[in-house]
Design a protein around this ligand. Structure first.
Ligand code: ARG
Length: 596
């Protein structure tokens, strides 16, 4: 792997500054920032050193700047700052080379090599309607898993299914009344039964008691109750697995709450020895000084059954024992912040040194997500609806001649799923957002399809250049991602060719491409896939600005006619942009269609 280009220059600049000032490298690195475009690429404020040297910061900057001679960078003082701007060369050549060499792996790094992260995500509740937070957890968690993998982490993705609890009692009791024996393995039907049973239980305490009693039989390990539970669970899992396959999501393990049945005594005992437990109104609670109004941490209810917190405590201990993780992330709605704060703090107070490695990756709410049929029950319904709506858009756009597709239905699936995923990930995860079908499926807005369209345009330009006769292109792989371009590409990458890229639009596109490796690292550090999504939008916009310049001015066409060197350079830039867009989409878990 080649050192990321931007980081390479940043390091050179930091080293030169640290020698010239002189100052410890770490100090310089901490203060060295990306510059605003008018000022260059990197900037270092002189204030803290000027104070030490009892100088005016502008004076110090003016004194330091001329001392710095770094190949490929132009250094200048501006007020109290020392700024550096990348020279067009060899920067351009290096970016083009890096994307071509790394291909589909462009943007990857090694900051996680040798480390393990456990990511608890998606974690829907079996036999219960899906909720907005399962969708968010699924797409955010998957993106985080991809991002960590791209940084060399060993990722253990765990689907901590909500597969234990009273809801099975409700489905079982409800099935006797509303169930259809022939539909026993149909998840949609089970969810309907659950919804009806739940409503009934709210009105009729006797029915509620039946459900509770069924769950108590499960907890007591009664074979018949467990057999029925297993059937319901299996039916849901078949459905979930199909859904994850559709989204291209993979889990290292499906270990739900039921996995910890019978494995909780150990942790309860451990707590009673370290922190102590006590009983409150018949329930077993962790003996802690609770803040005013803070609910106590329940380990067992008065009927002896365990709780969500008990299971999460047992799961955390078990995961550390098995995976010795360096980080363990819980991608769960912000609504559960108190739960995780309490679980983490119990583990810390129990003296688990690894408790500080646990993090709740919280996210906000989605409002307004529903389907034409009304209220949303299954995640697959949202995906079906996305596909159907995307198909309408695809057909419209085809009729208007804006896009072309041999396989509109497959394209609509890629666009529809991309719309949902991107519509979520473009938001900072902590913010709430309002879901709007028109908005997420717009070809012009801040959407997945806008980025996919840019990717397809880049592919089309390359295809046209290589294959002006219009022969069929190479088939894309099933994931929609092409294999990395071969080194013997049709447009050679000699440095002299990269030198031709002199338009400001070309310079900024190169900078955009170069940003990905650093951004992936930042996204991992902050568990924030939106960094990649926003970057994709910037790139798609910059790319379309650039490749449409030729509509006004023939000399700015990508496939410029009378200058083979320039044409070759521009094609190489298209290829780099395409590689970068493809890499970004893949990290977010979104397909990159070659044709549309
Ligand atoms: N099944 C839970 C819910 O739907 C989410 C589980 C999150 N993970 C965890 N370890 N608690 O609310």
């Amino acid at each position: 792997m080649i050192a990321p280009v931007l980081q390479h220059y940043r390091n050179l600049f930091a080293q030169a500054l640290s020698q010239a000032l002189p100052a410890p490298l770490a100090e310089v690195e901490k203060l060295l920032k990306p510059a605003e475009e008018v000022h260059g690429d990197f900037t270092l404020p002189m204030f803290s050193w000027a104070k030490h040297a009892k100088k005016n910061p502008a004076q110090l900057a003016a004194q330091i700047a001329p001392l710095l001679h770094i190949e490929g960078l132009q250094v200048h003082a501006q007020g109290p700052y020392v700024n550096a701007r990348l020279l067009p060369m060899p920067f351009a050549a290096e970016v083009l080379r890096a994307t071509r060499l790394e291909g589909a792996a462009y943007g990857c790094g090694t900051s996680g090599a040798g480390k393990t992260v456990v990511i608890d995500f998606s974690s829907p509740n079996i036999a219960k309607p899906i909720a907005f937070h399962h969708i968010r957890s699924t797409v955010i968690g998957n993106a985080l898993a991809n991002l960590h993998r791209a940084q060399g982490w060993n990722v253990v993705g765990i689907n901590y299914l909500g597969d234990w609890g009273k809801q099975f009692g409700l489905v079982a009791a409800g099935f006797a009344l509303f169930g259809d024996e022939t539909q026993k393995h149909n998840m949609r039907h089970l969810v309907d039964v659950y919804v009806k049973a739940n409503a009934k239980a709210e009105k009729e305490p006797a029915f509620d008691e039946k459900a509770r009693a069924f769950f108590a039989r499960m907890e007591a390990g009664e074979a018949a109750a467990l057999a029925l539970w297993r059937e319901f669970r299996e039916a849901s899992l078949v459905d979930f697995r199909a859904l994850y396959a559709r989204l291209g999501i993979h889990f290292e393990a499906y270990e739900g709450e039921s996995f910890y049945q019978g494995k909780m005594e150990g942790v309860i005992e451990d707590i009673s020895h370290s922190l102590g437990t006590c009983t409150s109104q018949g329930a077993l609670i962790v003996n802690l000084p609770y803040a005013d109004g803070e609910p106590p941490i329940l380990l067992k209810k008065n009927d002896g059954s365990t709780l969500y917190a008990t299971r999460d405590l047992a799961a955390a201990v078990d995961r550390f024992e098995r995976f010795a993780f360096d980080k363990s992330l819980y991608v769960v709605a912000a609504d559960q912040a108190l739960h995780f704060r309490q679980v983490f703090s119990v583990l810390e107070k129990m003296g688990k040194p690894w408790a500080t490695r646990l993090a709740h990756v919280a996210f906000g709410r989605v409002h307004g997500m529903s389907t034409r049929k009304g209220q949303l029950h299954l995640l697959s319904e949202v995906l079906d609806e996305a596909q159907a709506r995307a198909l309408e858009k695809v057909r419209d756009n085809m009729a208007q001649g804006k896009i072309h597709s041999e396989a509109p239905e497959a394209l609509a699936e890629q666009i529809g799923l991309g719309a949902i995923v991107f519509g979520d990930l473009k938001n900072r995860r902590s913010t709430d957002y309002v879901f709007d079908w028109e908005e997420v499926l717009s070809f012009e807005g801040h959407t997945g399809v806008y980025v996919q369209y840019a990717y397809a345009r880049a592919s089309a330009i390359l295809k046209k250049a290589v294959n002006p006769s219009g022969c069929p292109p190479n088939q894309p792989s099933p994931s929609g991602h092409p294999s990395p371009p071969s080194l013997e590409g049709p447009y050679p990458l000699e440095d002299a060719c990269a030198e031709e890229l002199r338009l400001p639009e070309e310079q900024s596109l190169l900078r955009w491409v170069a940003k990905l490796p650093e951004l992936v690292q930042e996204a991992v550090e902050q568990n924030e896939p939106s960094f990649i999504a926003r970057w994709l939008l910037d790139g798609a916009a910059a790319f379309s600005r650039w490749y449409t310049l030729g509509n006004q001015d023939r000399s700015k066409r990508v496939l410029v006619e009378d200058n083979p060197r320039l044409r070759c350079a521009r094609l190489a830039l298209v290829e780099a942009v395409r590689t970068a867009l493809g890499a970004g989409l893949r990290l977010l878990g979104i397909a990159a269609p070659q044709n549309m």
